[in-house]
Structures are given as C-alpha cells and as structure tokens.
Write a protein that binds this ligand. Structure first.
Ligand code: IMP
Ligand code: MG
Length: 191
C-alpha cells in the first residue's frame, strides 16, 4: 500500500504504472538508437535535468539496452514555488565536450517547454550532433513555446503536480507516485 501524503488531492499515476512505462520507453529508445549506425562512439550521452529527473532517470536507465554515459545539468526555473519564473538558468553544466555526441535529455515533466527549448539550443550550439528528449510527463496545455518530446511517458492535466521527482518547495520529490496537489491546502501549508 502506497503511503499517501496529506497534500495529495488525487494520485494520477501509480508507482507500478511508472515502473512499467519507464521500462517500455527504455526498450523503445534502445531499439531506436540500435538502428542509428552513426551513433558516435557507439555511446549515447544521457543528460538528466536535476533535480526532478532523478527518480525517473534511475528507473529508465536500468532498462536501456545500449551503452550510455550519464551526466547531469542543474537548471532552475521554479525557485521553490508553484509558478515557473521566466528564463531558465544553467546552474551546473555537464563536465564533458559534447561535440559530435548524440544526446538524450531525460526530464521529469515538460510544461511551458521553455527549459527544454533553451537546453536543446544550448547543446546544439556547443556542437552536439543530435539532441532528443524523453520525458516521463507531458503537460501539453502548459506550452508557451513550440517544443515536443521525442518520447513521453504520460500526458498529464494542467494542474500542480507532486511526486516522483516533482517538488513543492524542494520537498515531495520522494513520493513514489505522481499526484495532483490539493490547491487549497498548499496555499497555507507549513512544513
Ligand atoms: P517548463 O520549462 O515550463 O517546461 O518547466 C519544466 C520544469 O518545471 C520541470 O522540469 C519541473 O521541474 C517544473 N514543473 C513543471 N510542472 C510542474 C508541476 O506540476 N509540479 C512541479 N514541478 C513542475
Ligand atoms: Mg525538471
């Protein structure tokens, strides 16, 4: 039985669903890259966007059937609240040269698309030969710029979500499921 946090209004994706979907995505993506004979150095560069990517990335990479290098970037756009602030900023960059590398960005959720659009452009500008995106969750109605994931786990509603990497004030990333947060309780919540 999953432990239900008081800020949860409704669990929309269970842990079992996440585990199964992550496995399916890893298999599909492995097949895709196995057919890419130009894959540089025969190895994919998986770049996780901290900190939300951690639970999904852990679940996803263990089922990948191709050689991959894992690196992380820390990009801020949320600053702890429930509303994204304008321009995303790179707080921590990957410590490797990306020239001619094939990159797969691993993300928890796409909302406005601003973060990924910026990161994709940045990595391509630095010389990556391809930059693709896998996201666990896609909040399609939140888009402010044109940006599509190459692979996505679940479409989710335009609500404030918590769990499985998604935080409220840097907490609740550890919940094993994805839930809609209770908007009334969250307004007056004290930790
Ligand atoms: P975007 O730049 O608007 O696409 O935002 C992407 C980032 O915002 C994600 O990587 C998350 O860190 C965060 N985010 C978007 N929606 C939610 C949510 O419902 N709960 C918590 N974090 C979210
Ligand atoms: Mg994120």
């Amino acid at each position: 039985m999953e432990n239900i946090h008081p800020l949860v209004k409704e669990i929309i994706i269970t842990n079992a669903q996440i585990v199964e979907r992550s496995r399916q995505l890893a298999i599909k993506i492995s097949e895709f890259y196995k057919q890419d004979l130009n894959l540089n150095q025969n190895s994919l560069l998986c770049v996780g966007l901290l900190k939300g990517c951690i639970p999904f990335m852990a679940e996803f990479i263990k089922h990948l059937e191709i050689e991959c290098e894992t690196q992380y970037m820390l990009v801020s756009s949320f600053f702890g609240g429930t509303k994204a602030s304008g321009t995303p900023q790179i707080i921590l960059d990957i410590p490797v040269v990306v020239v001619n590398r094939d990159i797969l960005i691993v993300e928890d959720i796409i909302d406005s698309g601003l973060t990924l659009k910026m990161i994709k452009e940045y990595l391509l500008l630095k010389g990556a030969s391809s930059v693709r995106v896998v996201t666990l969750l896609d909040k399609k109605q939140g888009r402010k710029v044109e940006l599509d994931a190459d692979w996505s786990g679940f479409d989710v509603p335009k609500a404030f979500l918590i769990g499985f990497g998604l935080d409220f004030e840097e907490k609740l990333r550890n919940l094993p499921y994805v839930a809609i947060a209770d908007s009334e309780k969250i307004k007056k919540w004290k930790w």
